[in-house]
Design a binder for this molecule. Structure first.
Ligand code: NI
Length: 138
């Protein structure tokens, strides 16, 4: 673990009261922990914007009876095989499938893949979870 650095923050009373309510709702044990999380979140966002290497997951739900959809999904995933590191398929009921696609690579490609999946007919829901270590910001 790296060296701990301490610093003070000046805030309006109303803002800190709102922040304290928020961190209580989110079960943070103290302000430092909450602020650390916020900073990391922004750094991760910055990495995605800079098209750095990221890791994440695309989660989708779709109707497997939809003609051609399963094949289209397979074709697309084969084309993005360098980005996709793993995928899991779950039959959630008679009609619907849940797929979780783990990805690692450039954020631009991850967005491209997620948007391509979203545009297919029969896809009911897609989320793109963006993650990274947040340690590569210059
Ligand atoms: Ni299925």
């Amino acid at each position: 673990m790296s060296e701990i650095y301490r610093f003070g923050i000046s805030l309006e009373k109303q803002l800190i009261n709102s922040f304290d309510r928020l961190i209580k709702e989110k079960n943070y044990t103290n302000r430092s922990e909450a602020i650390r999380d916020l900073i990391r979140q922004e750094l991760v966002k910055k990495e995605w914007e800079k098209n750095n290497n990221i890791a994440g997951a695309i989660t989708l739900i779709y109707d497997h009876h939809r003609e051609g959809l399963t094949n289209s999904l397979l074709d697309i995933q084969h084309n993005f095989r360098k980005l996709i590191i793993s995928s899991q398929h779950i039959h959630i009921d008679c009609d619907n499938c849940l797929e979780i696609i783990a990805i690692k690579g450039e954020s631009k490609e991850a967005l491209e893949l997620a948007n391509m999946i979203k545009s297919l007919k029969g896809i009911k829901h897609v989320t793109l979870s963006m993650s990274s270590t947040g340690e590569h910001i210059d």
